[in-house]
Design a protein around this ligand. Structure first.
Ligand SMILES: [Zn+2]
Length: 331
C-alpha cells in the first residue's frame, strides 16, 4: 500500500463516523420536536407572543413564560384547563370581557395638560461670574538682539455678581434671564510688547534730507527714486574689486545675484536692503553721477560702511578710505 492509499483509507473512516453522528443527532432533534408545540398568547393589552412549549396546561404555560394574571384579568381557556386545538391563550380585562368595551371619550382638561408638564417655578439666583482679561499688544522696536515678546503687565481676571431669573420645571432649569450684574473686581488687561527688530539699526547721525537730489539729477537711478524722500548720513567709504583678495572669490557675482558693475554696485550693511539707491554727492562727477545701488554684502561691512565696486584692484586701492555723506533712498 502506498502512502496515498493509506491516506484515502483514513479519510473514508472519518467520513463514516461523521455520517453516523449526524444521523444520531437528527433522531434526537426529531424526538424532541414531537413534543414541542407553538402556543399563541394574547395579553390584555393585545400584545401577541408565540411561545414554544412542551406543556399543555394553561397555568403551566403562563408560569413557564412568567405571566401572572392580575385581579382585573381573566384567561381563556380557564387556567386549570388544557389548551384547545387552536393553541391560543387569551388574557383579557374583566371589564372588556363582560362586553362593556365602551370607548371612554376622555375630556382632557386644562389642569390635566398642565399637570402632565409639571409645575414651573421661578427663582432669583445670584452667581459670581469671572470676567476674563483681555490681551493688548503694543509694538516696540528693538536695537537688534532679542525679538522675544515682553509681558509688560500681567493680566488678571475680574469678577462680577450676576442675578438671574431662572425657571425650573420638574427641578430642571429651562430658562435663565440676566436681571442685573455688579462688578466686584475689574479685570486687568495683559499688555504684551511685541518686539520687532528695527530694519535699519543705524547711527543717530542719520537725518531726513531737506533737499532731494533725485528731483534735479538726470540719471536713470535718480529718476527711479524721485518720489522717495531720502535720509542723509555719513559713511566710511572704501572700494573693492572682484579679486580673491577683496572677495575671497573671483566670479564678480554680488549678493543680489547680479554681476558687479563699476560705478553702479555698492556693498552695504544688512540694515540696507538690496536695491536701496545711494547718492554720494562727493562722487557726482563720476560716470554714474554719484548714483549707486546696494547690490552686495561683505563680512566686514557694517551699517556705517559703504564699499564701492571698482573694476580693478588697483583702482580700489587708489580710492582708499573716505568719510562721505550719502543720500539713502529706500523702497
Ligand atoms: Zn581686489
Amino acid at each position: 500500500m502506498n502512502k496515498n492509499e493509506k491516506a484515502s483509507g483514513s479519510l473514508m473512516k472519518i467520513l463514516g463516523i461523521s455520517l453516523v453522528l449526524i444521523f444520531v443527532t437528527g433522531i434526537g432533534v426529531m424526538a424532541s420536536n414531537a413534543k414541542l408545540t407553538n402556543v399563541k398568547i394574547i395579553l390584555s393589552n393585545n400584545y401577541e407572543m408565540t411561545v414554544l412549549t412542551t406543556k399543555t396546561k394553561v397555568s403551566e404555560i403562563l408560569e413557564e413564560n412568567h405571566i401572572q394574571l392580575t385581579s382585573e384579568e381573566i384567561v381563556s381557556p380557564n387556567i386549570d384547563l388544557e389548551i384547545t386545538q387552536n393553541k391560543t391563550i387569551r388574557i383579557s380585562n374583566k371589564a372588556d370581557y363582560s362586553g362593556e368595551i365602551a370607548e371612554k371619550e376622555k375630556v382632557i382638561t386644562k389642569e390635566e395638560i398642565l399637570s402632565s408638564y409639571g409645575t414651573i417655578t421661578e427663582k432669583l439666583v445670584t452667581e459670581q461670574v469671572v470676567i476674563p482679561f483681555e490681551t493688548i499688544t503694543k509694538e516696540a522696536t528693538t536695537q537688534g538682539g532679542t525679538t522675544q515678546n515682553k509681558i509688560v503687565q500681567n493680566g488678571k481676571n475680574g469678577l462680577k455678581e450676576v442675578t438671574y431669573k431662572v425657571k425650573y420645571q420638574n427641578e430642571v432649569e429651562i430658562e435663565r434671564t440676566e436681571i442685573s450684574s455688579k462688578i466686584l473686581q475689574e479685570p486687568v488687561n495683559k499688555i504684551v510688547e511685541v518686539r520687532t527688530i528695527q530694519i535699519t539699526s543705524r547711527s543717530s547721525t542719520e537725518r531726513v534730507a531737506t533737499v532731494n537730489p533725485a528731483t534735479t539729477a538726470s540719471t536713470t537711478l535718480a529718476k527711479k527714486v524721485q518720489g522717495i524722500t531720502p535720509t542723509v548720513k555719513s559713511f566710511n567709504t572704501s572700494a573693492y574689486c572682484s579679486c580673491a583678495k577683496c572677495c575671497g572669490k573671483t566670479n564678480g557675482i554680488t549678493a543680489s545675484g547680479a554681476k558687479a558693475t563699476q560705478w553702479y554696485t555698492v556693498a552695504a550693511g544688512s540694515g540696507y536692503k538690496i536695491g536701496t539707491v545711494i547718492y554720494i554727492p562727493a562722487l557726482k562727477d563720476k560716470p554714474n553721477g554719484g548714483w549707486f545701488v546696494v547690490q552686495d554684502r561683505g563680512g566686514a561691512i557694517s551699517n556705517s560702511k559703504l564699499d564701492i565696486y571698482m573694476s580693478s584692484h588697483n583702482a580700489a586701492l587708489q580710492y582708499g578710505r573716505k568719510t562721505l555723506e550719502a543720500y539713502v533712498y529706500e523702497f
